[in-house]
Design a protein around this ligand. Structure first.
Ligand SMILES: Cc1cc2nc3c(=O)[nH]c(=O)nc-3n(C[C@H](O)[C@H](O)[C@H](O)COP(=O)(O)OP(=O)(O)OC[C@H]3O[C@@H](n4cnc5c(N)ncnc54)[C@H](O)[C@@H]3O)c2cc1C
Ligand code: FES
Length: 346
């Protein structure tokens, strides 16, 4: 290994090869560090560059604001190491690390939840116990498949079967294989991953925004919040294209009966009577709230929906540290590099 990545103010460090990201190096050395999308979209892995030289790969404008960048803040998942590097953690808010596990599971059930979303339930055979926080995801590998993919747990941590909601894409290498699984087939699950999990200690209201199969982690978060006795205002927005894409109505009814405000918003104009709202789910949130300061917000689903919703949240006063997002980006693609950046230049 060429270099060392160290965390300022701790004795934690990790070896790195030139070109490794700060995040990859830390995770490979089992150093606990906040992250979620690993693709420069969510901003969860923000940290301060104290010293050293990095190359920054492309990232979403919502993940790191220009004024933060000017202050020396970088995204660990987008920062390639080109010298010894020292970074500083930004926040210590409810930092939970569960032991990383590789589980051998068997398919216990497979049900179509909509015409293109399949619900997969897995029984853990070997490698448990598996602990995670509601909202986290795992990496799933299928026998004979070329690649692994990330899917969010839809079950609460105390439920025995692991549950995933997988949108089956017409050209999808892995999602199509998930849909073709049979009861008893073997599935490898590694995790848990991600930091977009329920912060049960947050004293303010909770807003959850899901698009499509993004309902998986949101279901886990809302159910767990209700179980933990989180009694603040809770608002759930579920965005789908059309009525045939709506699922989870039994959960919505149950949540409503327990005081949660649930809105289903369809982006395609409905023909005829519909119990659902229409438009973009982010616009529905914007319509309903003029001020969201003090809210804790969880988002999951397609990247354009997450980006549009984050823009609304910023405009309505939600602090970035109260925004926890899982953008369902396709499997990682290599992003182009920016010019080198040195801590001393900041
Ligand atoms: C943190 C995280 C959590 C995730 N959780 C879930 C989850 O709970 N449920 C879920 O269904 N998915 C989830 N995803 C997405 C999932 O990991 C896969 O990317 C997705 O299932 C596509 O994989 P595939 O192998 O079927 O398609 P691929 O073979 O990778 O892609 C096939 C084609 O579809 C395009 N494509 C890929 N993804 C999408 C998309 N979302 N919309 C439109 N076109 C696309 C690709 O660009 C390509 O052209 C998550 C992703 C991340 C990063
Ligand atoms: S921006 Fe780095 S983990 Fe999401």
């Amino acid at each position: 290994m060429d270099f060392t990545v160290s965390i300022d103010g701790t004795d934690q460090s990790a070896p790195a090869n030139g070109g490794d990201t700060v995040l990859d190096a830390l995770l490979a050395a089992n150093v606990g560090f906040s992250y979620s999308c690993q693709a420069g979209n969510c901003g969860t892995c923000k940290c301060e560059l104290v010293s050293g030289e990095i190359f920054e790969m492309e990232y979403s404008e919502h993940a790191l604001l220009p004024q933060e960048r000017e202050r020396g803040v970088v995204l660990a998942c987008r920062s390639q190491v080109w010298s010894d590097v020292v970074v500083r953690r930004l926040q210590a808010e409810e930092f939970i690390v569960h032991p990383s596990r590789v589980l051998r599971c068997r398919v216990a059930a497979l049900d179509w939840l909509t015409h293109d979303i399949v619900g997969l339930r897995l029984e853990i055979e070997l490698g448990g116990p598996y602990s995670f926080s509601a909202g986290q995801y795992a990496r799933i590998e299928l026998a004979g498949a070329p690649d692994a993919r990330d899917y969010s747990m839809a079950n609460c941590p105390n439920e025995p079967l692991l549950e995933f909601h997988v949108r089956v894409l017409p050209e999808g290498q892995i999602s199509r294989r998930v849909a073709a699984l049979k009861i008893g087939d073997a599935v490898r699950v590694s995790g848990p991953l991600g930091t977009s999990y329920l912060r049960a200690m947050h004293p303010g209201p909770l807003l959850a925004i899901a698009g499509g199969s993004g309902l998986a982690p949101i279901r886990a978060i809302v159910e767990s919040a209700l179980e933990c006795g989180v009694l603040h205002d809770m608002h759930v927005y579920f965005g789908a294209r059309a009525a045939r894409d709506v699922y989870g109505q039994q959960w919505f009814e149950n949540w409503r009966s327990r005081g949660v405000q649930v809105h289903v918003v369809l982006s395609e104009k409905a023909t005829g009577e519909t119990p659902f709202r229409s438009g973009w789910v982010s616009d529905a949130v914007a319509e309903d709230f003029s001020d969201l300061s003090g809210f804790k917000v969880y988002l999951a689903g397609p990247p354009p929906m997450v980006d549009a919703a984050i823009a609304v949240l910023r405009a309505r006063g939600v602090h970035p540290r109260d925004t926890h997002a899982d953008s369902f980006y396709p499997a990682r693609a290599t992003a182009p590099m920016r010019s080198p950046r040195q801590a001393s230049r900041l």
